[in-house]
Design a protein around this ligand. Structure first.
Ligand code: ZN
Length: 312
């Protein structure tokens, strides 16, 4: 039987993700400690050892890891949904990485188990969740794409996607779908946030602030005299979350709430955040005193009231 020390070196050799020497060293120390504590190590005792080390604190940010790549040391999604501590940061994550369990691209504080194994996590094909859905896209992008070079266009798209993701992750949302010049985010699944409406509004405000500076700086170079802006739509309510495709394993959200959030975003001008009355009611301190607009949305019979937050 291989010793834990040898196993770690083997993991370092086969692991597709490059490990820093100090990470390998930490892992050896941890496994040596583990070996001395456990006579017959198993995955169960591994979790016990991990939990006895205070995994409750491990969802908190670690000062040694940059925010950009996630800061939680255990998956916040698996913890909130199953109360299962899955290490995604630090030396304890190394054996998991060897099995392909890493930080998710939807949000680096959740893991690839909650991203791709919805049915394992929830033991159902789909569930109903009270959530907030956010859509954002670059206004006038189609027109712009006909006027500038492909390289500049891709620079604009990656800058937009990057700035939006940072804002969404900072408020515990996930970037569920990326569609070129647009994206869809979910708040309150799999990371549970009771104040999901407020979290989405704060993320939207950060998207507007962060994108305005970055996009306009780029656009001036690409197309003099023209500015770029982002439109955001937000709606809250019950959505169906699950795997709805036979050839993709990542989960998504569907339902009327998702459709209405997308319709609101399509009506938002550059720099605007359109918030449904349902979302606004859940976060009155963030929407009080804002302009009310009555909108006719495609596919929705009744006119819809929305609060408008404009870029400061
Ligand atoms: Zn997870």
């Amino acid at each position: 039987m291989l010793s834990p020390r040898r196993t770690i070196f083997n993991l370092a050799a086969i692991c597709p993700i490059r490990m820093a020497p100090d990470e390998i060293l930490q892992a050896i120390v941890v496994f040596d400690h583990w070996e001395s504590c456990q006579k017959q190590p198993s995955i169960g005792s591994f979790f016990f050892w991990l939990s006895s080390d205070g995994f409750g604190d491990m969802t908190a940010a670690s000062s040694t890891e940059p925010t950009r790549h996630g800061s939680a040391r255990i998956c916040r999604g698996c913890w909130d949904q199953m109360h299962m501590p899955i290490p995604i940061g630090g030396p304890l994550a190394l054996p998991f990485r060897a099995f392909g369990i890493t930080r998710s691209k939807m949000n680096p504080d959740i893991c690839t188990i909650c991203e791709r194994s919805f049915q394992y996590v929830k033991k159902q094909r789909q569930i109903t969740v009270d959530a907030t859905i956010l859509f954002a896209d670059i206004r006038g992008f189609t027109d712009l794409s006909e006027r500038i070079e492909a390289v500049q266009l891709s620079e604009i798209v990656s800058l937009f996607q990057d700035r939006c993701a940072q804002a969404i992750w900072a408020h515990d949302g996930i970037v569920n779908k990326q569609m070129g010049d647009g994206l869809m985010a979910i708040f309150n699944f799999p990371i549970v946030r009771k104040d999901h409406a407020g979290a989405a509004i704060l993320a939207a405000q950060e998207i507007q602030q962060n994108c305005a500076v970055a996009l306009n700086g780029l656009a001036l170079e690409a197309l003099p005299g023209r500015t770029l802006g982002v439109g955001v739509g937000i709606h809250s309510g019950e959505v169906q979350i699950g795997e709805f495709s036979s050839f993709r394993s990542d989960f998504t959200a569907i339902g009327g709430v998702v459709n209405q959030a997308a319709r609101l975003e399509s009506q938002a001008a550059a720099g605007e955040i359109l918030i449904s009355a349902e979302t606004a009611a859940k976060a009155p301190d963030l929407t009080g005193g804002s302009e009310t607009r009555v909108l006719t949305l495609k596919g929705i019979e009744q006119p819809v009231r929305a609060q408008v937050l404009a870029k400061p």
